[in-house]
Every structure is written in C-alpha cells, then in structure tokens.
Design a protein around this ligand. Structure first.
Ligand code: HAM
Length: 422
C-alpha cells in the first residue's frame, strides 16, 4: 500500500522537532551548562526515560497534578506498569540508591540534560515532550550547599546574558513542623470556605499546601492575609531559612520571599524556590527546585539530605531567541574545486585542514563556479575557497569573502592557520 494514502505524517501533538536556530540555542545553552557545572564539580548522569510508575507515585506524590493527570504511563509487553518520566529528580534518586552511591555520607553533585514528558493542556511554552537541565546535590543539609547551587545557577544564567530574572523563595517546613501550619491554615480556610473553588475543597483535605498554589483568581483573593508557613516553622527550619537569606544577600543573589510558593511536587522540605521571567508570558516559570531531605529514605535509600533544581530548556531557548535573536553559528568556508582532478585534491586538502581543527565544507556537486558561489551565498557561508587548475599549479586557493565581495589569494600551506577553527 502506498504510504501516501495516510497523508503526510506529522509530529505527535505536544512534541516538536528541534532544528535550525532553536537547535543552535539548545546546543549553545547545553555547552555553557556543561562548562559551568564541571567547574563546580558536578558530574553528568543520564537515567532511562522509562521508569516504574511507583518511582513517581512515591516521590512526586499521588495528589500532584503530574501524577494524577499528566503521566504518560502504560503497561509494556511484559506486563510492567511504566511511565515516560515526567521529571528527572526521582529517577536520579532511584539510580543513586540502586548503585549504592549514597552509602557513604560524602557529597555527590550531579547534573542531567534530557527530555521529560507530561500530558498537559497545550499552551505557548508548554509542551508534552519538553527538555530540562537539572542539578542535584546529595549529602549536605546546610543552607551553604543551597547557596552554592544557586550561585552556580545564576552564574550560568548570567553567562547566557539573562538578567532581570526574579528568584522567589519560601520555606515549606518539614513533615514534622507542617501539622502546626496545616491546623492554622484549615481554620483560616473554614472561616471563608465558600470563597474557594471546588478543587481547593478537595485540596484542603488531601494536601492543604496546594490551596496556596491555586490559579483561580477568586481563591488568590480569598487567600489574602493567610497564615504563613514561615510563621509556623520549627526552630531549626527557621534558622535554616534565615541563614540562606543572609548567604544570598552576601553573595549578591537578589531574591524575594513568596509565602504562597509551594511547588507542584510533594517531595520538598524547607527551601523551595522558582525563577520567573516576565518575558516568558503566561508560562513564566523558567525553573524551579528546592530541598528534598526525605526523598532518598522514602524511596528506601539511606537517609540523605538533598537539594536541586531543573530549568525548562525549551523556555530558556525561547528567551535567548527573544533577547539575542538568531544563535551565532560558526560559518565555515566552502571549498569549491573546479574539475575532477581539483575535486580529488580538494578532498585531500580538506582532510588535512579538518585534522587541524578547521571548519570547512567541500562542494562535492561538481557544478560550475557560478552555481557553486550562488549555493555558498544562499547557505550563508562566510568564504568560498576556489581551487581551479591555475591555483593548483601555483599551490594557492582564491579566497572570496562572500559578505564583502572581495577576493585574495592564500598559499595552501597558510590556509589552516587563517581559517577559523571549531
Ligand atoms: P518543575 O517545576 O515541575 O520541577 O519543572 C521545572 C521546569 O521545567 C519548569 O520551571 C519549566 O520551565 C519546565 N517545564 C515543566 N513542565 C513543562 C512543560 N510542559 N513544557 C515546557 N517546560 C516545562 C521539576 O521538574 C523538579 N524535578 C525540579 C527539581 C530538581 N527539584 C529538585 N531538583
């Protein structure tokens, strides 16, 4: 049967191909991330896209939207209930436990770059397959470790030329201190319950913190004057929060406190934070993270404090495009041989130059000079290197600067040092 009878295939709704400028920004961002994270001692980890469903149910939480409504889960041919990961923190923790990397109390610093999957309602900046760059640090419970991770994050964002980002922080306390807040919050809720939406009535029973996060404007108004988690913290969490703020101030990382910030995942303890950008429109969250001291032991690992964050790479690339326009791309030279003998010599020369790290492409189409130059212009090459019989006899190439329209002659043995290296 002809394939055409089904019509032209399209990418699945909510997924997209990364190409052209967007792909160039992705590469640029990923290269910058790796360079900066390695400086801080972080090592890369890649975990599988498929995980058992329990990994997320037990970590992100049964009451979260991610687990409740948004998982790409299915039963595989062997009868296993698996999920295409909606986020990477739980998978990294699972891997750390499985490979016994938390057996000692030594700190472990890890980062990842990869696709995540959430069956969400489509909107600008929100996809069903999206990419995250994340960093997780295991083994250190201090506010200093959080400040270190946040400094790395902001060094990275500054290196990309991003400014005017808003860092919002809060403390969501610990499972031990939360009941005191929850009792005060329930009393507040009950006194004005008719003002809250149906979802909030369900949330107050399941996970009261989530009410603070409700996007319905009426609920946000009804929350005016709500009890703050930070006013119901145990002494150690209060000191932790205060110390983090001192460190951020001293290190020049501007932040603001947001008492309604609770995050959509259940595993956080104490510090929770988000970075927003006004340039992102409706989906303004560029990244989020926080401390999750209970997660490793909850997934049956040795009790291990941890802290981390993940950036939405799709959103970051879109910001870069808005701010800086098209991604700068190395524009290699096009080597144009004229005739069969020149074609063979051109291939041999290019191999030598590649070995020396030069960026050059060979025109292998065997077309005339005029057409070859048109191609070079259309594809945006900076230079054309022309190798005809005359040049071969003299051991040179004619070099045309395609933007300026000027031409000069380079001896073959000087080409490598004059071409840009990549
Ligand atoms: P999250 O807030 O769910 O946190 O996601 C982090 C970032 O991923 C968001 O701020 C956003 O930029 C991006 N993102 C999320 N969903 C989508 C989507 N549908 N389309 C495009 N971008 C999206 C986490 O995932 C935690 N694992 C972060 C973390 C790491 N906490 C501790 N360590």
């Amino acid at each position: 049967m002809a394939l055409g009878s089904f019509g032209m295939a399209q990418s699945v709704k909510g997924t997209r191909d990364l190409l052209g400028n967007e792909m160039k920004w992705f590469q640029r961002i990923e290269d910058t991330a790796r360079r900066i994270f390695h400086r801080h001692g972080y090592e890369e980890i890649r975990t599988p896209i498929l995980e058992e469903i329990d990994v997320f149910k037990r970590s992100v939480g049964e009451s979260s939207d991610i687990v409740n409504k948004e998982m790409y889960d299915f039963v595989d041919k062997g009868g296993r209930h698996v999920v295409m990961r909606p986020e990477n923190t739980a998978g990294v923790v699972r891997a750390m436990i499985q490979h016994k990397l938390l057996a000692t109390s030594d700190p472990r610093l890890l980062y990842y770059i990869g696709p995540q999957f959430r069956y969400e309602r489509m909107q600008a900046g929100r996809y069903r397959q999206f990419w995250q760059i994340g960093a997780e640090s295991f083994g250190v419970a201090t506010p200093e470790s959080e400040a270190e991770s946040l400094v790395m994050l902001f060094d990275f964002l500054n290196e990309l030329g991003l400014r005017h980002l808003k860092l919002s922080i809060n403390s969501v306390g610990t499972p031990e201190s939360r009941p005191a807040f929850q009792a005060a919050f329930r009393a507040f809720f009950e006194a004005r319950q008719e003002a809250f939406c149906g979802d909030c009535h369900r949330r107050i029973a399941q996970n009261p913190l989530r009410v603070l996060d409700c996007k319905v404007p009426g609920c946000q108004t009804a929350l005016e004057g709500h009890p703050r988690i930070t006013d119901h913290l145990d002494e150690a969490s209060r000191a932790h929060h205060a110390r983090l703020k001192v460190l951020l101030e001293a290190l020049g990382v501007p932040y603001e406190e947001n008492p309604r910030l609770v995050r959509g995942l259940d595993y956080y303890t104490r510090t929770a934070f988000e970075v927003l950008s006004a340039d992102l429109g409706a989906q303004s969250a560029l990244l989020g993270g926080g401390r999750y001291d209970g997660l490793v032991s909850h997934l049956d690992g040795p009790p291990t404090p941890a802290f981390g964050w993940a950036i939405g790479l799709d959103r970051l690339a879109s910001l870069m495009q808005q701010l800086h326009g098209d991604a700068p791309a190395p524009r290699p030279a096009l080597l144009i041989p004229l005739g069969e003998a020149a074609a063979l010599e051109a291939m041999a020369l290019a191999r030598k130059w590649w070995a020396e790290g030069c960026a050059v492409q060979v025109d292998t189409r065997g077309q005339g000079l005029k057409k070859a130059l048109q191609t070079a212009n259309r594809l945006g090459f900076a230079r054309a290197l022309i190798l005809g019989d005359g040049e071969r006899e003299q051991g040179v190439v004619a070099v045309k600067d395609l933007a300026a329209g000027t031409q000069e002659t380079w001896p073959l043995d000087q080409v490598a040092q004059r071409l840009s290296t990549v």
